[in-house]
Design a protein around this ligand. Structure first.
Ligand code: FAD
Length: 476
């Protein structure tokens, strides 16, 4: 038999259920379709280019060309099926609303043409249709996670299949586009120029990262994960977002590491619970498909956003005058990633200090994050905004100075991303406007010139946010 294996956000050869099953039955045509109607971010496209390049290389080493096509997926599949004799199509399931609708329609069409269409579990530990006993979706993380752990076991990760290529005369009939013609990489200016300093995309890069984390980062994960200058988090998120590694593989590798290092049990459990937040986000998106644009709590629908474009721009460029926010936003711009603690601070600042609609922040993150993930991004923005399911209460307003002092006490993270502040003493680096003139002069900083003065007064903004929230509560 001949099966088309349609790759999507699962750009790997190991633990790929659709590829595995298709390979058991005969020859495989690996296909990737660039769908121009899919909403993607610019940074994420940079990663996708690298990832497809690596996947094509790994397949070529097995004498299997990766077919690259751009356009409407159904039309492309139909074209291939009309060109050569194909028995079936296989894919791993998607769980985003658009992807699911597309897959359902394509499956129906191809089955009507007599093709075998098979879908397999996608990249979640457990598929997201978990319910309470009363058939309602979970809205709070802890019971969700407890229930998932109690009722399911994570399927073992699959090894790489023995792949059988299509006969060369058939392969020749199938045309493929070149990756470079898709222009996924930035043109001028090349804002991604520093990304390769931080990342090695691809399946092997993902496993190198996981093993380095298990050996070095896991030791101090529980505490260290809140300190952005420390190398205590895995940085696996871009690999997960592109499916270069599956959560099942992370689960399994972590469990076997813990079997050899029982002293790390608590750290390991914490790490796996964070992976559980990713599951929870997908569960929420599956059950609440409007999660990316509609507040889950209806009282937030008429929130009086101010949406000042200048303030939004200052936030995007890391020019708010609050060092921890600016460091985070510059880390995001320069490396395509931001530490979780700082994501929460930056998001809270945009929403509750600058009064900008969380959806504008969500869109900026979508465009600039290498790990953009529709479920995690929207669930996290709603969480910070206070409008989400298991959300931070609205009145929990991060104080950017206290957060900075607590989680970056020596200012190492701030100095890494804000070199203009590097010479300030630790005491002032979290709030340069408090430094006396002679200290600023010694550090060669002219506030308002080398580094901005604060764009807003946090204490005033906080009070305003609390007042608005009180009014919202009164209305409900
Ligand atoms: P680790 O701490 O090593 O955790 C391992 C994995 O667990 C992560 O790769 C991720 O898949 C998952 N995970 C960890 N923390 C969370 C969390 N709070 N929520 C959901 N999953 C989590 N994550 C994304 O993958 N894509 C996004 O687009 C995204 N947008 C976010 C936007 C905001 C405003 C906030 C506050 C958080 C966002 N997150 C997003 C969640 C989190 O910040 C990242 O998953 C995490 O920083 C990735 O780093 P890591 O791989 O080193 O995490």
């Amino acid at each position: 038999t001949v099966t088309i294996v349609w790759f999507r956000r699962d750009l790997r050869l190991t633990d790929h259920p659709a590829l595995w099953e298709a390979a058991q039955e005969g020859a495989v045509i690996p296909l990737y379709i660039l769908d121009p109607h899919e909403s993607s971010g610019a940074a994420e496209l940079w990663w996708r280019h690298q990832s497809l390049h690596k996947l094509a290389e790994s397949l070529a080493a097995l004498r299997l060309p990766l077919l690259l096509r751009r356009g409407d997926p159904l039309q492309i599949l139909q074209e291939i099926i009309d060109t050569i004799a194909v028995d079936g199509v296989a894919w791993n399931r998607r769980y985003d609303p658009r992807g699911m609708a597309q897959d359902t329609a394509i499956k129906a069409d191809l089955q009507a043409r007599g093709l075998s269409v098979r879908s397999f579990p996608g990249d979640c530990l457990v598929e997201p249709w978990l319910h309470h006993h009363d058939q309602q979706p979970y809205k709070v993380f802890t019971p969700f996670w407890k229930s998932l752990m109690a009722r399911f076991s994570v399927a073992p990760a699959l090894p790489q299949a023995d792949l059988q290529p299509l006969a060369p005369e058939l392969t020749q009939q199938l045309s493929s586009e070149s990756l470079s013609s898709w222009q996924l990489l930035p043109q001028q200016p090349d804002w991604a120029s520093r990304f390769p300093e931080f990342w090695e995309p691809g399946e092997s890069g993902a496993h190198i990262r996981l093993h380095a984390f298990l050996e070095e980062g896991l030791l101090n994960y529980s505490k260290g994960r809140d300190f952005p200058a420390q190398p205590s988090v895995s940085r696996l998120s871009p690999y997960l977002a592109h499916g270069e590694i599956s959560p099942r593989q992370i689960w399994q590798e972590t469990q076997s590491h813990l079997a050899n290092h029982p002293e790390l049990a608590a750290q390991g459990e914490h790490f796996l619970r964070e992976l559980g937040w990713r599951e929870f986000s997908w569960h929420l998106l599956f059950h609440f498909p409007n999660l990316p644009d509609t507040p889950l709590r209806p009282e937030f629908a008429d929130f009086p956003w101010q949406n000042n474009e200048k303030l939004l721009y200052a936030w995007q460029r890391g020019q708010t005058g609050y060092p921890i926010v600016d460091a985070g936003m510059r880390e995001l711009w320069q490396s395509g990633w931001m530490h979780n603690r700082v994501r929460m601070i930056c998001a809270s600042f945009l929403i509750k200090d600058l009064f900008v609609d969380w959806r504008k922040g969500e869109a900026w993150f979508q465009d600039t994050l290498l790990d953009f993930d529709e479920a995690n991004n929207s669930a996290s923005w709603q969480w910070v905004a206070g409008s989400g399911a298991d959300a931070a209460p609205y009145f929990r307003i991060f104080n950017p100075v206290l957060q900075s002092e607590k989680f970056d006490p020596q200012g190492d993270y701030l100095r890494r991303w804000l070199p203009e502040l590097a010479a300030l003493p630790d005491r002032y680096i979290h709030q340069p406007w408090m430094a006396e003139a002679n200290i600023l002069a010694q550090a060669k900083i002219s506030l308002g010139v080398d580094y901005p003065l604060p764009t807003v007064d946090h204490a005033q903004a906080r009070q305003k946010a609390l007042d608005v929230f009180q009014n919202l509560k009164k209305k409900t």
